[in-house]
Design a protein around this ligand. Structure first.
Ligand code: GLP
Length: 246
């Protein structure tokens, strides 16, 4: 696993944005897997800036987001779809028909998960999967558990994850849905290349466990160890526990 440590969050976001824009040049039809959360906001801002300066063209790219809350329609201000609209989709020239999202209000959530898996496969698989990480080591909404489901599936959210997402629901964790739909670790590991970004001291412990610990469903991110093309992009604070160990 390659680890790159940046002096600050801004340099990390800028570097990754430039890399993504550069990759879209020779491969304009790239398929991108996208995360939500506080961490990628700067990256999305940088991509918007590059696009505004005609340095990033998303006109032929396709995106698949990692996850969505169950029971929340796309137009709800707390939905991940709204988050993406605000932070990225409204800032770049992605074609709406090439933006893919799990629907939180599909009548049959299990069928919706199967539809999503089939759509990723039909598109040719994800070329670059961007990831954040939860402080408990969750990826997407793959929460620590005794067993993990491989493909896209329905999940029950941990109280800590609902608290971490409270800002989307007026700061009230009780308003955060108890369930969500998420790509599974198998879906994620099928991506050709994976870049996980983590910033801040609160991520230092799970990053150290991800890099140095055993592969275990108690830390879903540890499964990234089996992928041949994973890069961790960290700021100094998130890399802190790695440095102490080295
Ligand atoms: C949510 C998302 C994850 C994300 C995590 C971390 O739970 N489902 O995909 O990685 O939050 O978010 P943050 O970047 O705000 O720490």
């Amino acid at each position: 696993m390659k680890t790159t440590i940046f002096k600050d969050e801004r340099t990390l976001a800028r570097t990754l944005a430039v890399q993504i824009a550069a990759a879209l040049g020779p491969r304009p039809t790239s398929i991108l897997g996208l995360p939500t959360g506080r961490t990628p906001i700067r990256l999305y801002r940088e991509l918007g800036t590059l696009h505004a300066h005609a340095q990033a063209d998303f006109s032929q790219a396709t995106t698949f987001n990692l996850d969505e809350f169950l029971g929340i329609p796309p137009e709800h201000p707390g939905s991940y779809r709204s988050f993406m609209q605000e932070h990225l989709f409204s800032k770049v020239n992605l074609q709406p028909e090439r933006i893919n999202f799990l629907s939180g209000v599909a009548p049959d959530p299990d069928a919706e998960c199967r539809r999503y898996e089939a759509a990723i496969e039909a598109a040719g698989g994800i070329d670059l999967q961007l990831l954040g990480i939860g402080t408990n080591g969750h990826i997407g909404f793959n929460e620590p558990a005794r067993e993990l489901a491989g493909p896209t599936h329905r999940v029950t959210l941990k109280a800590s994850t609902r608290r971490a997402n409270a800002a989307l629901f007026g700061g009230d964790a009780e308003q955060v849905p108890r369930e969500a739909l998420s790509m599974g670790m198998a879906t994620i590991l099928h991506a050709k290349r994976i870049v996980l970004i983590a910033t801040g001291k609160s991520k230092a412990r799970c990053i150290a466990r991800l890099v140095n610990g055993p592969i275990t469903p108690k830390l879903p991110a540890s499964f990234l160890q089996v992928h041949r093309d994973v890069e961790l992009m960290l700021d100094a604070a998130a890399a802190e526990a790695l440095a102490v160990r080295a």
